[in-house]
Design a protein around this ligand. Structure first.
Ligand code: PEP
Length: 251
């Protein structure tokens, strides 16, 4: 099964509106190969402006989180229709910073995934083990729990409706990358698990991204792995020069 590579930039809590527009415009300066998808996830405040900058291009706009409710007394939250209104078609959910700094749990993340799908947004469900969990040989157990709980009760018509991002917590923003063997081993495990949760055909369509200190120097090797379908990039997505090199990874 040929899955279209996806290179996604998570800008986290960086960029003013003007900086975001400038970064998005700089990324559009180099042509994007037609055989891959690119997604940018600026902060909420810059979504609308970046949407305007990206209009007419193939670049997809994503958000960094979403509420499961449509509207109401949910101070600080943004709803799926609001994200669609701002031009988004994807949304990152369950990022390790949400889980670890803001105490989001699997149940909340599951509701967010459900809300996103219900409104036609493609969730990028992030899962990953901590260093302690890896060292205690708990990696697969932790990932299975996060994936099963995150997708609890969620049905899919096809695998293109969902994206999974494997982001080992110990590799995010640390400069430590999983080896390509570690990444492929986990991605294959996740794909097999997705085939159990859904069915083989659907699992073979679901894109599984790797995230954790992806740079222009390691992206080619990571992307050479059978089950690595793309990258979720933090630090290296904040400079057009490095993100463009990542977008142009060599097969
Ligand atoms: C991320 O924010 O999802 C991430 C992987 O960050 P970094 O690339 O900086 O490790």
């Amino acid at each position: 099964m040929q899955r279209r590579p996806l290179l996604a930039g998570n800008w986290k809590m960086h960029t003013t509106i003007a900086e975001a527009e400038k970064l998005a415009a700089a990324i559009l300066q180099s042509p994007i190969p037609t055989d891959r998808d690119v997604m940018l996830a600026p902060p909420f405040t810059a979504l609308n402006a970046v949407s305007r900058t990206l209009s007419g291009s193939s670049v997809i706009l994503g958000a960094q989180n979403v509420c499961w409710e449509v509207k109401g007394a949910f101070t600080g939250e943004i709803s799926p229709p609001m994200l669609k209104d701002a031009g988004c078609s994807m949304v990152i959910i369950g990022h390790s910073e949400r889980r670890h700094i803001f105490a989001e749990n699997d149940e909340m993340i599951n509701k967010r995934v459900n809300g996103a799908l219900h409104h036609g947004l493609i969730p990028v469900l992030c899962i990953g083990e901590t260093l302690d969990e890896r060292q205690a040989d708990q990696t697969f157990k932790v990932l299975e729990k996060q994936l099963r709980n995150g997708l609890n009760g969620i049905s899919l018509e096809n695998g293109e409706q969902l994206i999974v991002a494997y982001e080992p917590v110990w590799a995010i923003g640390t400069g430590k990358t999983a080896t390509v063997e570690q990444a492929q081993e986990v991605h294959l495990f996740l794909r097999d698990l997705l085939a159990v949760i859904y069915e083989k055909n659907i699992a073979s369509q679901i894109r599984i991204l790797y995230g954790g200190s992806v740079t222009p120097d390691n992206v080619d090797e990571l992307m050479s792995q059978n089950d690595v379908d793309g990258a979720l990039v933090g630090g290296a997505a904040l400079k057009a020069e490095s993100f463009n090199l990542i977008i142009n990874f060599k097969k």
